[in-house]
Design a protein around this ligand. Structure first.
Ligand SMILES: NC(=O)c1ccc[n+]([C@@H]2O[C@H](COP(=O)([O-])OP(=O)(O)OC[C@H]3O[C@@H](n4cnc5c(N)ncnc54)[C@H](OP(=O)(O)O)[C@@H]3O)[C@@H](O)[C@H]2O)c1
Length: 325
């Protein structure tokens, strides 16, 4: 099968299209014929082994990428199901977390995929798993957003942000989205009542106070973010940093953990998780018409390195998707 392999740590240009054997499956696993996959900052973390400390902590692999085939988000058709798999059958269309998603076939645990909602294309379905579940966790679970609250989403036009704005608005919050000038209309169309142009002003320099802030960018110091939180407000930090760092976002995370116990505001780092119940919740929102993926651009499988370069530039509008077949 054709697959994008990552044999060594490095920049996106290290990725190469190769012919390799399709993966075998064991009990509790399914083999997916991948039709579309999506990119996440997770992919450059894994390819670059970045931040470098993640290599020592076992997150990315020590001397080379942990997974030989790149990618994690996929949508496709179940080709085969291993022993003990219930509720999934060959021929069914699914979406979910599939390590090695940038390939014609990927193997994954059966409990990491869910059936695709009716009427969704493979490209739109692939755009969901990591970004939409992260947004759901950040807004609903960790942020505990309630109807009537003021919610600010920093990085509102990106993969996570574009879902977070919609989920917070659906929960009845008044949403302020922070993004660049070309994405203002998009963020409004997703349900934001207010939009702040990050190139024209600093959202932490205003007198407005927010009950919940979901920070997907990490470009403001903690004390500035706390300044625009209500006295009992919640800050959810979801910024993974940019390529080329020793400790990346771990520094801000440690600072936040140190300050949290001595202040009234709730300061939380958004945990990373791959969870079937969260996948099911976002597909339910799609079926109810309360959530829609935004696709920035699609690339063919052979051009994953170009797609990842674009993602690393940090100005994706929604999700970047790879069409596989
Ligand atoms: N905890 C987890 O499990 C988890 C899961 C997924 C992602 N993450 C982390 O969440 C973060 C966001 O991920 P993502 O997938 O949403 O990334 P992304 O799609 O690459 O986000 C890009 C967006 O960031 C916006 N942006 C860049 N600079 C900005 C600024 N100064 N102010 C406001 N917006 C700005 C861009 O908007 P403009 O072009 O309009 O500036 C663009 O739309 C990453 O750090 C990632 O590592 C964590």
């Amino acid at each position: 099968m054709k697959a994008i392999v990552q044999d060594r740590f490095g920049p996106p240009e290290r990725l190469r299209l190769a012919g390799i054997d399709p993966p075998g499956i064991g009990p509790g696993e399914v083999l997916i014929r991948v039709h579309a996959a999506a990119l996440n900052p997770y992919d450059w973390h894994m390819l670059r082994g970045d931040p470098y400390i993640a290599r020592l902590m076992g997150g990315t692999g020590l001397t080379r990428p942990r997974s030989r085939v790149a990618g994690i988000d996929a949508a496709g058709r179940v080709e085969a199901a291993g022993a003990g798999v219930r509720g999934l059958r060959p021929g069914q269309d699914v979406l979910g977390f599939c390590p090695g998603a940038f390939a014609e076939y990927a193997r994954t645990r059966a409990d990491l995929v869910v059936p695709m909602p009716d009427g969704l294309s493979f490209e739109h379905a692939a755009a969901l798993p990591m970004a939409a579940t992260t947004a759901l966790r950040g807004i609903r679970d960790v942020g505990q957003v309630q109807a009537g609250q003021q919610v600010l989403v920093n990085g509102a036009a990106g993969g996570v942000g574009s879902y977070a704005v919609q989920i917070a608005a659906t929960l009845g919050a008044t949403v302020t989205g922070v993004c660049g000038p070309r994405n203002q209309d998009l963020v409004r169309s997703l349900g934001a009542a207010h939009v702040v142009d990050c190139t024209a002003g600093d959202f932490t320099g205003t007198t407005t106070r927010y009950d919940v802030i979901l920070d997907n960018v990490g470009n403001r110091p903690l004390r500035h973010l706390r300044r625009v939180l209500t006295p009992a407000g919640s800050l959810v930090l979801n910024a993974g940093g940019t390529p080329g760092h020793l400790i990346g976002a771990i520094g801000p995370m440690l600072r936040l953990a140190a300050v949290n116990p001595v202040v009234r505001q709730r300061l939380r780092v958004l945990p990373t998780r791959q969870d079937r119940a969260e996948l099911a919740a976002v597909t339910a929102l799609i079926s109810e018409g309360k959530l829609r993926p935004v696709i920035d651009r699609t690339y063919p499988l052979a051009d994953v390195s170009l797609a990842l370069r674009r993602l690393e530039e940090g100005h994706t509008r929604g999700k970047i998707v790879v069409t596989v077949a």
